[in-house]
Design a protein around this ligand. Sequence first.
Ligand SMILES: Cc1ncc(COP(=O)(O)O)c(C=O)c1O
Length: 395
Amino acid sequence: MAEFDFDTVIERRGSGALKYDELGNRYGNPDLLPLWVADMDFAVPPAVTKALVDRMMHPIYGYAAPTPAYWQSIIGWLKRRHDFDVTTDELRYIPGVVKGIGFVVNYFTRPGDKVLIQPPVYHPFRLVPQDNGRKIVENPLLFDGSSYRMDLDGLAEVVEREKPRLMILCNPHNPIGLQWDADTLRRVAEICHKAGVIVISDEIHSDLMLWGKKHVTFASVSPEAAEISITMGAPSKTFNIAGLVSSWVIIKNPELREGFFGWMRANEFDDPTFVATIATEAAYNHGGEWLDQLISYLEGNVVAVEEYLAAEIPSIKAIRPEASFLLWLDCRALGLSHDELNALFVDKAGLALNDGEMFGREGAGFMRFNIGAPRSVILKALARLKSAVDSLPRK
Ligand SMILES: Cc1ncc(COP(=O)(O)O)c(C=O)c1O
């Protein structure tokens, strides 16, 4: 069995990478250690590189025709990994999950309609509807000081009171890395089905389940869920190919999908590039072993952060994620204001993390730490953070 290398530090500066080459614009300092936007600093599976290089050696890059093997690679992966049965009729390419959310917002809702989200949550869930003139209604997650869960009673109340047209579910839930179990999802489906709410289930992080946990696809939990769900996902987080734009959407309900898929076709929004199809096919057909090793490596990074924080920076705690490579750091015990906390990370420690408040006001006092990087980089970041925290005046 091949051993894949997640330890080598690969220079990404100057490669046009958002995570690195936008630091100056976003954080005012191009030299920070970037631990923010959700891509990883690992080389993609060798099979993906090989498939792309082989194709690139053919000197004509004309219009592409997605092959049956491309669609089959997605269908096969979802069956093997998640026991999710999908047919080609139910599946379309989309040029990104966020754009897909924008398509759904524009197609299924009107300006002024309400869209329900559960903060703290991936910020485009708020921004895309809001910037399209829709109203956001919220059902915040419940937090007991150390762990989060979904407020199902709150959801029933908000749905009843606000009558949203659409709910955007993050499954698993970024930025905390929460897995939703079948019972929770079934209840979400029951509440939304009864009120005629369509549910986008964003499952882009679902391949990255940690600690042997199993992802539950929302559409598969009940007939109600299948009827109201629009499932979105991609090989992009899983295999670190976000720049290739390779997302997909699945709609089980023929009535829901007919008009929407027709509208996407009319606008050619569902036309993949050949780069996307080639990378997707290679990743899903040949990337399983790489992914299993990546997951073990990420678990090792989580443990390394937990141990370091407990020993050296006890005032910061990591909420253990159940999925993906994003760690939700509870920094509230530092007693800093929003600006002071950001200054601590950026100016004192030289680190670019995501500010917790970008995910909603519930994220105040938290930072999102992208641990999809070689362990040496993670430990370097932690050592910088320790020096910065140690330099704070004692309260
Ligand atoms: C929950 C979630 N959805 C969607 C995306 C982005 O997906 P895409 O690049 O396909 O738009 C991200 C990226 O961080 C994410 O965390």
